[in-house]
Design a protein around this ligand. Structure first.
Ligand SMILES: CC(C)(COP(=O)(O)OP(=O)(O)OC[C@H]1O[C@@H](n2cnc3c(N)ncnc32)[C@H](O)[C@@H]1OP(=O)(O)O)[C@@H](O)C(=O)NCCC(=O)NCCS
Length: 208
């Protein structure tokens, strides 16, 4: 655990604390109000985040102020197999939880299938760590919480074993987030457009 100041600490949580996924899902919904995963509902999000705790190669880093979770990073050291595990263990739950949203927005089916086909598209020639999700309580943005969580992730990654930390984010209408990654030492590696026409930036952090 890293104590940042009297009130803020950063640490990794484990499966014993799986009840925390409910709070983590609430934080995700506050930080990403209009995003696709948020629209799929809290039970869907909780199952997804629980997946990071259940998978031995993945995890969740939290920033806490007292007992309150104010920031999270979800990561995976084996992202292709993380998705395979999710499908294997939780496919029915995901189908059930997303049914309502899919009825309201039929176009979601394509995005959902796309998300679960990630296991093939995220295979890379070298072993790497995927920073799959990061968010900070909107009331505490721009106070260094996100940077401290990224520093923590960098400190726990064994760069002899993993070549880089990888992440993807929207290229358009997302300048502050793109700046945040560049400020934290990430390099833009490539841009691509998803099947739905979303332009994405892919970044990597290499230990210097
Ligand atoms: C992106 C995010 C994790 C950054 O965390 P943070 O604790 O606000 O970041 P820090 O305080 O460590 O760094 C702030 C810097 O990041 C950038 N930044 C990114 N998003 C920002 C935001 N919403 N508000 C202000 N600054 C933001 C700025 O360049 C800022 O630099 P400055 O303080 O010199 O102006 C956080 O803003 C967040 O949760 N945003 C919503 C969810 C999201 O978009 N996540 C990324 C998905 S790929």
């Amino acid at each position: 655990m890293v104590q940042i100041n009297e009130n803020l600490s950063i640490r990794e949580i484990n499966l014993i604390e799986k009840d925390k996924v409910r709070k983590i899902s609430e934080l995700h919904r506050e930080a990403f109000p209009d995003f696709f995963l948020t629209k799929l509902g809290k039970p869907f999000l909780s199952t997804l985040y629980r997946g990071y705790l259940e998978d031995s190669q993945s995890g969740i880093i939290v920033a806490e102020k007292g007992n309150k979770i104010v920031g999270i990073i979800a990561y995976s050291k084996d992202y292709p197999n993380f998705y395979k595990g999710l499908i294997k263990h939780h496919l029915l739950k995901f189908a059930f939880y997303s049914a309502g949203a899919v009825i309201r927005h039929p176009s979601f089916i394509r995005r959902l299938l796309g998300a679960f086909k990630k296991s093939d598209s995220v295979v890379k020639p070298k072993r790497y760590v995927e920073l799959a999700s990061i968010c900070v309580n909107p009331c505490l943005e721009s106070r260094g919480v996100g940077t401290q969580m990224i520093d923590y992730l960098k400190s726990v990654v064994d760069f002899n074993e993993y070549a880089f930390i990888n992440l993807e984010t929207d290229a358009d209408g997302n300048d502050s987030v793109n700046r945040f990654y560049i400020k934290n030492g990430f390099e833009l590696i490539r841009q691509y457009t998803t099947a739905e026409g979303r332009r994405m930036n892919e970044y990597r952090y290499y230990q210097k």
